[in-house]
Design a protein around this ligand. Structure first.
Ligand code: CA
Length: 223
């Protein structure tokens, strides 16, 4: 899952990026309103964390409004230093899904992110499942049947994305866009390499394959 952070306070932006990357998200950071505006309206994100007050011509509210006008329904968490009720209403009226007042505890932010990323799909609690394979998005454990499976951060990110889109063929380009950040120079055959790593762990030791190749296109996770 790929997340956009638009926040001009470098310290906060970088701390958020690190924390989210530890949870296996791909993260892009923009430090001003105009750059953030361009990224939010052109790149495919699964969630965006946007500060309200930003340098440049576009503030956080402008960015959310522009996203919604462009029919981009990416969940947005707005950050702000202001805490009044009218401010909160204005933020949510712009089309943001949630609102967090600074200073906040990192754990609180991570919990909100999990809730927002989870929103579009039917998920039972914090576990994503296909067949006898399950992935827990809070403690990062992966299990098939009764076997614990250890994945690297990228393998986990890839599996989580496929699980959230299970039953649908997903192209390699779509996988790149949602599992790797903007700075990562990824080619389709890098995806093939990671799929191979993942298959060795989730499919090879078991009878029934779950991760299927869709020839000339990409992959599909299905029981
Ligand atoms: Ca700011």
């Amino acid at each position: 899952m790929r997340i956009l952070i638009v926040e001009d306070e470098h310290k906060i932006a970088n701390a958020l990026k690190r924390a989210l990357e530890q949870e296996s998200y791909a993260v892009d950071v923009s430090y001003d309103g105009d750059d953030g505006y361009a990224m939010a309206t052109t790149e495919p994100y699964d969630m965006a964390i946007i500060d309200r007050m930003l340098p440049g011509e576009h503030n956080g509210i402008d960015i959310v409004k522009a996203m919604r006008e462009a029919k981009i329904h990416t969940p947005v968490l707005l950050l702000t230093a202001l805490g009044s009720t009218s401010d909160k209403t204005k933020g949510l009226d712009s089309g943001a899904d949630d609102y967090l007042v600074k200073p906040f505890a990192l754990e609180e932010l991570l919990a909100r992110v999990r809730a927002l990323v989870r929103r579009p799909t039917e998920v039972h609690g914090t576990t994503l499942q296909v067949g006898d394979l399950s992935l827990n998005t809070v403690d990062f454990s992966v299990k098939r049947a009764d076997t614990d499976i250890q994945l690297t951060s990228k393998e986990f990110g890839l599996l989580e994305y496929l699980l959230r889109n299970q039953g649908r063929p997903i192209s390699k380009d779509t996988i790149i866009a949602h599992v790797w950040d903007y700075d990562a120079d990824i080619l389709p055959n890098t995806v093939e390499v990671y799929v191979k790593y993942l298959r060795n762990k989730i499919d090879a030791p078991f009878k029934k394959p779950l991760l299927h190749t869709v020839r000339g296109f990409g992959y599909k996770l299905q029981a």
